[in-house]
Design a protein around this ligand. Structure first.
Ligand code: GRG
Length: 281
C-alpha cells in the first residue's frame, strides 16, 4: 500500500491540526502569516509529524495527544527549508515544484517567515499538558534544532571543503543536519504517549537509525553527499543496514509498533533500484 494511503488518517489529522493552529493569514501583519502558510502548505511528505504520531501510538498513546508536537516538528522542518533555500545558503528558486518562499515573498520576508515558524513551534509546544511534558519536549526539540543539532550540521556542511569529506565527516553532517530532527520527532511522540524509559530509549534509537537512513537515501536520490565517498552498492547496503537496525529496535513493541516498521520500510522503497554514479569506485 502507498504511504499516502497507509497513513491517510495521520496525514489528514496533521493537516487539520496545522490548519487550526497556524496563525490566520489575515491576522495582522497578514503578509508574514501568508508567507508562513505558503511554506507549510506546499505539499511535503509530512514524514516527521507522521513519525511523531506513529511513535506515540507505538507506546500506547492516542494520536490526538501527539498532534501539537507533530505540528511543532513540521514547523521547524518548514523553517529550515525556507532558510536553506535563501540566496545566502542553497539559493534555490523551486521547492516541491513551486517558487521558493523568497522567490514569492522576497528575501526579507522569507527570513522573517522562517523566524516566525521556528518561534511558533515552541509557542505550540508550550501549550502541551502537563507542563513537565511540555518542558521535556521543548528541551528535546530545541537541542535537536540548535547548534548541537540541525544548525550545527548545516554549519559543518558549509565549513567542510569537498576534499575533506570523508565518511566520518559525512556521518557528522547527516546525523546533525537531518538525523537530529527526525530523532526528536520520534522522541516527542514517545513523550506524548507517556512512554516508559525503556520504550522512550527504543524510540530514540529508532529515530537515530532512520534519521541517518533518511539522509543516505536522499543522497542516493539527489546524487549528493554520501555518493561522493561510497560506492553505490555500499551506500545501498549502509541504508538497508540502518533500516534493519531501526526495525529491530521497535520489534519488541509488537503490533503497536507495526506502523513504525512500515515507516522504515517506506524509506527502503525510496532507494533507487539502480544508482548512477559518475565514477563507480
Ligand atoms: C538552514 C536552518 C537551516 C537548516 C538547514 C534541514 C536543513 C538544514 C536544510 C534543508 C535542506 C536539506 C536537503 C536537508 C536535508 C534534510 C532533507 C532531506 C530535507 C528534505 O526533507 P523531506 O524529504 O521534505 O522530508 P518534504 O518536502 O517531504 O517535506
Amino acid at each position: 500500500m502507498k504511504y499516502e494511503d497507509y497513513f491517510k488518517k495521520y496525514l489528514d489529522a496533521v493537516e487539520a491540526k496545522l490548519k487550526t493552529v497556524m496563525p490566520a493569514e489575515e491576522k495582522h501583519p497578514p503578509v508574514i502569516h501568508d508567507a508562513m502558510a505558503y511554506a507549510v502548505f506546499t505539499g511535503g511528505k509530512r514524514f516527521r509529524p507522521v513519525l511523531t504520531l506513529t511513535a506515540c501510538e507505538a507506546v500506547g498513546g492516542s494520536i490526538e495527544k501527539a498532534l501539537l508536537p507533530a505540528c511543532a516538528v513540521e514547523l521547524i522542518h518548514s523553517y529550515s527549508l525556507v532558510h536553506d533555500d535563501l540566496p545566502a545558503l542553497d539559493n534555490d528558486d523551486v521547492r516541491r515544484g513551486k517558487p521558493t518562499c523568497h522567490k514569492r515573498y522576497g528575501e526579507a520576508m522569507a527570513i522573517l517567515a522562517g523566524d516566525g515558524l521556528l518561534t511558533y513551534a515552541f509557542q505550540l509546544l508550550a501549550q502541551v499538558k502537563p507542563a513537565a511534558r511540555a518542558l521535556s519536549m521543548i528541551e528535546e526539540l530545541s537541542t535537536a534544532a540548535g547548534t548541537y543539532g540541525m544548525i550545527g550540521g548545516q554549519v559543518a556542511d558549509l565549513a567542510i571543503p569537498p576534499e575533506d569529506r570523508d565518511l566520518p565527516a559525512l556521518d557528522y553532517i547527516s546525523v546533525h543536519k537531518t538525523g537530529k530532527l527526525i530523532k526528536a520527532s520520534a522522541v516527542l511522540g514517545a513523550l506524548a504517549g507517556d512512554a516508559q524509559t525503556e520504550n522512550l530509549e527504543r524510540l530514540r534509537r529508532f529515530g537515530e537509525w532512520i534519521g541517518l537512513a533518511f539522509q543516505a537515501i536522499d543522497d542516493m536520490l539527489d546524487q549528493d553527499g554520501y555518493v561522493q565517498v561510497l560506492k553505490a552498492k555500499d551506500l545501498r547496503l549502509k541504508s538497508r543496514d540502518l533500516i534493519a537496525q531501526s526495525k529491530r529496535e521497535v520489534k519488541p513493541l509488537g503490533k503497536r509498533g507495526e506502523k513504525l516498521i512500515y515507516l522504515a520500510d517506506f524509506l527502503l522503497e525510496r532507494i533507487p533500484r539502480r544508482t548512477h554514479v559518475a565514477v563507480d569506485r
